[in-house]
Design a protein around this ligand. Structure first.
Ligand code: SF4
Length: 91
């Protein structure tokens, strides 16, 4: 199996009304020089649009990388509510 095939085996129960990750201060992202979240997130949840970052948490694999690599502490990160988020399925 390829990594993509293994990831495609997973399922998500997305908590659409309560995202588990938030950008606390978008202005910090705007002035962030390297914007590491845009290339470190394996699920491509962070996309640069102009100077700003757009975050979509639907495909998040809950790896925690973004909370570690953000140089400005601009990300508020919590696990999804119980039973929500990714359901890993091993093939
Ligand atoms: Fe991306 Fe991992 Fe952060 Fe989820 S926890 S948004 S997959 S870097």
């Amino acid at each position: 199996f390829t990594i993509e095939e293994r990831l495609n085996a997973n399922a998500w129960d997305v908590d659409i009304h309560r995202p588990h990750i938030k950008i606390k201060d978008p202005d910090k992202c705007r002035t962030c020089e390297k914007k590491p979240c845009t290339y470190m997130c394996p699920a491509k949840c962070y996309v640069q649009q102009g100077d700003y970052i757009v975050l979509s948490t639907e495909a998040c694999v809950e790896c925690g990388t973004c909370r570690v690599v953000c140089p400005h502490g601009a990300i508020e990160w919590n696990y999804p509510r119980s039973g929500m988020g990714i359901w890993y399925r091993f093939t």
